[in-house]
Design a protein around this ligand. Structure first.
Ligand SMILES: O=C1O[C@H](COP(=O)(O)O)[C@@H](O)[C@H](O)[C@H]1O
Length: 240
């Protein structure tokens, strides 16, 4: 596990964007495509901006397939739809055609949407191991990641796939990759910044705490891949 702590957001996003591109170039050189899982929420917007500004014309985006680690159960034109945030801040500015983007179909009921997304991933991988090249994750103030929220049944899921989950405290369904699927990736990266994340981060990093029900981000432990945390000083302020 690597922990990278940055003084400024600018340095953080610059390094993370460079890591994504280097990982993509390696994957493309090895197997002619790059399977990248995007994270939702607000945190990735500046990262997307950086990728567009710095790498729009310096990287072969035609070889990248984009997936979503989780999705909110709202229509695709809703401001909370993770796919819309990525479309606006990254995919449209880069000119990525729809055939390279795997959106979650929230027109379906959540369970069916999860099953359809699971099928789409399996079809894309076409019988080979379901190992993404890179999974980007955020973390909420409550230590949830993707839509693996504290005390929800999806945390016990052993199947590497996609599931729907009712999140009581939000009174809504979410659709999320399970921890076993994320943990099959070659690289997993957390992007965490801001003071509001400091307590959760310190709990997730506390080796004495094994409680994954309360701190679901602890479930992320790639089997063979790397795990890197990109955090700023404010989020890292309570780390020992
Ligand atoms: O609801 C969600 O929240 C987490 C964290 O979001 P952030 O804006 O606080 O970084 C995010 O990782 C997840 O994809 C999203 O659906």
């Amino acid at each position: 596990m690597n922990l990278l702590i940055y003084k400024t957001e600018q340095e953080l996003f610059g390094d993370l964007a460079a890591f994504i591109i280097a990982t993509g170039e390696k994957a493309i050189a090895e197997k002619d495509c790059f399977n990248l899982v995007l994270t939702g929420g607000n945190s990735p917007k500046k990262l997307h901006q950086k990728l567009v500004e710095e790498y729009k014309d310096k990287f072969d985006w035609s070889k990248v397939y984009f997936f979503f680690g989780d999705e909110r159960n709202v229509p695709p034109n809703h401001e909370n739809y993770n796919g819309l945030m990525a479309k606006t801040s990254l995919l449209e500015p880069l000119g990525i055609p729809d055939r390279q983007i795997f959106y979650v179909n929230t027109a379906l009921p959540p369970e069916q949407a999860a099953a359809a997304y699971d099928r789409a991933i399996n079809e894309h991988f076409n019988g080979s191991d379901l190992a993404f090249d890179l999974v980007l994750l955020g973390m909420g103030d409550d230590a949830h990641t993707a839509s693996l929220f504290p005390e929800t049944p999806i945390l016990a899921e052993q199947n590497p796939g996609v599931a729907s989950v009712f999140v009581e405290k939000l009174d809504t369904y979410r659709i999320s990759m399970t921890a076993p699927l994320i943990n099959k990736a070659a690289h997993v990266v957390f992007l965490v910044f801001g003071e509001s994340k400091a307590t959760a981060l310190s709990k997730v990093f506390d080796k004495e705490i094994e409680d994954t029900e309360t701190y679901p981000a602890k479930l992320i432990r790639p089997i063979n891949g790397s795990l890197t945390w990109y955090v700023d000083e404010a989020a890292a302020s309570l780390l020992e």
